[in-house]
Design a protein around this ligand. Structure first.
Ligand SMILES: [Zn+2]
Length: 263
């Protein structure tokens, strides 16, 4: 099983080595900005590395919103990131499920997701799998709770759409981790990546505050059980840099036993 971390994008392979990670995730541009990423000079080195790469799309992207001034640039930015992520040989592009504003119809948000994939298909399709990630907060989110996720998948399931399960977001979002993988797979049919994070916020607090696996409000055994059930690569998005994340990765490898050994 491949296990790694979300790392700084300056020299991602050095960050991987510092954590004994065989999988890494990073941003290709400012996560709070709207810039389409420039080609990376290390693209060749990255794409030929033994480390598996995932790219996290900027947080500002919200393809579900009814606000045109956010939705239209979000679609373009998502496509731009898919191109840039494919250019470095990434295995997937992770994007948050998004939300509609208070008072807006969530059904339109789901249809906006469908239109995003339709729009991409019209221009040749996304060049790598897009993995929609569950989120922790908000009352109008597309992928916080599983009832919404089911409606989202009704809208986009006809396209090749992947899913990224974040344990902090699920717990803080109000979904019990026990048995969660089966409940998610009943909807999506797949889990492509697990974001293994503990949560500083309480169950159903709506707070997106990650903690190291041994800290926080989630029993670490439950995180391990989710990983085992999902059978997907794992990324920790936890604090503490190479030391904190390295310890989280070592903890998971130890708990997972032979399955968790470095690839
Ligand atoms: Zn995450």
């Amino acid at each position: 099983m491949r296990i790694g971390a979300h790392v700084d994008s300056t020299d991602p392979l050095a960050e991987a080595a510092a954590r004994s990670a065989d999988t890494i995730q990073f941003f290709l541009s400012d996560p709070q900005g709207w810039k389409t990423p420039k080609p990376r000079e290390d693209a060749e080195r990255l794409s030929s590395a033994a480390v598996d790469l995932y790219v996290h799309a900027p947080y500002v992207i919200n393809v579900a919103t009814l606000n045109n001034r956010i939705r239209i640039p979000s679609r373009k930015l998502l496509l731009g990131h898919a191109d840039a992520a494919a250019a470095i040989g990434a295995k997937g592009l992770i994007v948050h499920g998004g939300h509609v504003n208070a008072g807006d119809d969530l059904a339109v948000g789901f249809d906006n997701w469908r239109k995003t994939f339709a729009y991409a298909a019209d221009s040749g399709g996304f060049k790598l799998p897009v993995l929609i990630e569950n989120t922790a907060g908000g009352d109008n989110a597309c992928a916080r709770r599983l009832d919404a996720l089911a409606r989202l998948w009704d809208a986009v399931g006809g396209y090749d759409v992947g899913f990224c399960l974040d344990t902090c977001h699920a717990h803080a979002g109000g979904e019990e981790l026990l048995g969660l993988v089966d409940r998610v797979k009943a909807i999506t049919g797949r889990i492509d990546l697990v974001h293994a994070n503990n949560s500083k916020g309480a169950f159903n607090s709506g707070q997106d505050r990650h903690d190291n696996l041994g800290g926080g409000t989630i029993d670490p055994d439950l995180v391990v059980a989710v990983i085992r059930a999902a059978g997907a690569p794992v990324i920790v998005e936890t604090p503490g840099g190479a030391t904190g994340q390295g310890a989280d990765i070592a903890f998971l490898r130890d708990q997972l036993g032979p399955e968790g050994r470095a690839a």
